[in-house]
Design a protein around this ligand. Structure first.
Ligand SMILES: Cc1ncc(COP(=O)(O)O)c(C=O)c1O
Length: 397
């Protein structure tokens, strides 16, 4: 399988992890030899309810008996998409919250950027240094890493940057700014939380100058931080909310949400200012609805904080300098990039899935399913400590 994977599928890195997957259930992935891997990554925060959650599977099966795809987004009234959007509106503070459903995180970012320009009539977008918002042209344009962007030039113009958490930079937001886009918690940068009411200060400035605040909750969203969305923790409400990843319990989905008056500006001048074929697809929307119902009606969100405390208690080692993040969005900051690499690769050999962060090379990602049990957390953390002990004893070259 691996040989064909490397031959016929386009690769994103020269050294993919390459587990030959047979099946997955709960917090485990199983390879074709039957080896079990405890999943501390959840498809990079996407499998919020673990693998094959019965309620998500049932919702998909029930919808499969009715219909799959009947029309492009926005033409027909379809129950799963309507119910999802309605339930979402009940759980967020955005007034008259209205949802535009798309297929992925980066597509939702593209939609949000277009909406901000269309609604304000302005061009400038301000994003943060070390931000990650996806990989299509618009999302890529928001990044400040020249080496990642340059081969794809020209990207979209009128993007400027501020430093996340730097209050002095807020004055860069002016009456020329259409929108400021920030990850509520910076992911790729190393799970950096906003400090000292930073987001509230940004929001106030946006209000003053008539710019919109877009919060990218693609990673922290859907219960991972102990709140449905992290902006609820920091008590600031975005003008445009962008969601994805954990939204549909492991199915591909994304959306951007804003108050009715803002988001409906995409439906006229020009008509069909944003369109998509599969956005709101009935199967995906049924999965998203089941996921949202489960997260909002169970104790999973509050358990997230108890599970964080357990991780923090168990993960104490001289090679771990810091544990960043909140809830089940945690990053171990280890003593060097080499230690981070060794840990991720050796953990896989030992049947534990860990992963890296994009820009913080000393970080090891821990973003398990919200459904992970205390017993599974103990099992995985024990392996991490044992591996760090081995790495520490390894002779230095
Ligand atoms: C914060 C954030 N924004 C946007 C994206 C892009 O989402 P997708 O990969 O679904 O396009 C990601 C993906 O990792 C992300 O973490």
């Amino acid at each position: 399988m691996k040989k064909d994977f490397l031959t016929y599928q386009a690769q994103t890195t020269p050294h993919p992890l390459g587990i030959e997957v047979e099946r997955a259930k709960g917090s485990y992935i199983y390879d074709t030899s039957g080896k079990a891997y405890l999943d501390f990554v959840a498809g990079v925060s996407a499998c919020s309810l673990g693998h094959l959650h019965p309620k998500v599977v049932d919702a998909i099966k029930q919808q499969l008996d009715l219909y799959m795809h009947v029309m492009v987004y926005g033409e027909y009234a379809q129950q799963p998409a309507i119910e999802f959007s309605k339930l979402l509106a009940e759980h967020i503070e955005i007034e008259n919250a209205t949802t535009y459903l798309v297929n992925s995180g980066t597509e939702a970012i593209e939609g949000a950027l277009k909406l901000a320009r269309r609604y304000t009539g302005r061009q400038e977008i301000i994003s943060a240094h070390r931000a990650y918002h996806g990989n299509t042209m618009g999302s890529l344009s928001l990044m400040d890493f020249e080496e990642r962007k340059k081969p794809f030039y020209p990207l979209i113009p009128d993007i400027n940057h501020l430093h996340f958490n730097a209050v002095a930079d807020i004055s860069k937001i002016t009456t020329k700014t259409a929108a400021v886009i920030l990850e509520t918690i910076q992911g790729g940068a190393g799970f950096i939380e906003p400090q000292n009411n930073y987001l509230q200060k940004v929001k106030e400035r946006c209000k003053e100058v008539g710019a919109l605040l877009i919060l990218d909750e693609i990673q922290p969203g859907f219960g991972r931080t102990g709140h449905l969305f992290a902006f609820q923790k920091y008590k600031v409400t975005p003008d445009i909310l962008v969601i994805g990843k954990g939204m549909a319990g492991g199915m591909p989905a994304g959306a951007f949400v804003a108050k009715n008056e803002i988001i409906n500006s995409l439906s006229d001048h020009p008509k069909m200012g944003h369109i998509t074929t599969f956005g709101g697809n009935a199967i995906i929307a049924a999965a998203a609805l089941a996921t949202l119902k489960e997260i909002t009606s169970s104790t999973l969100m509050q358990e997230t904080l108890e599970k964080e405390a357990l991780f923090r208690k168990l993960l104490q080692h001289s090679l771990i300098e810091e544990i960043r993040g909140t809830g089940l969005m945690l990053a171990l900051i280890v003593s060097s990039e080499e230690v981070a690499n060794d840990l991720v690769l050796k953990a896989q050999e030992e049947g534990l899935i860990l992963f890296w962060l994009l820009f913080e090379k000393r970080a090891v990602r821990i973003t398990p399913p919200l459904t992970i049990s205390d017993q599974e957390i103990r099992e995985g953390c024990k392996k991490i400590i044992q591996l760090l002990d081995e790495i520490e004893k390894k002779p230095v070259n």
